[in-house]
Design a protein around this ligand. Structure first.
Ligand SMILES: [Zn+2]
Length: 58
């Protein structure tokens, strides 16, 4: 699945490609996944997203 657009720093908002590390190189803040939600909704039902997302990133 290619819904993941990249990673985005939660502290300073800097964006990274999805294959880089999970820590911001600028401020060492946590990176969060930046999904293309319109693509996800085209592929999955909203119920499936609700169940899966917290498990993946917590
Ligand atoms: Zn940062």
């Amino acid at each position: 699945m290619s819904c993941l657009k990249g990673l985005k720093c939660r502290e300073c908002g800097k964006e990274y490609p999805a294959d880089r590390s999970f820590v911001c190189l600028e401020c060492f803040g946590p990176l969060e996944a930046d999904y293309d939600y319109s693509q996800i909704q085209a592929q999955l039902s909203p119920d499936i997203i609700k169940e899966r997302e917290p498990n993946l990133w917590r």
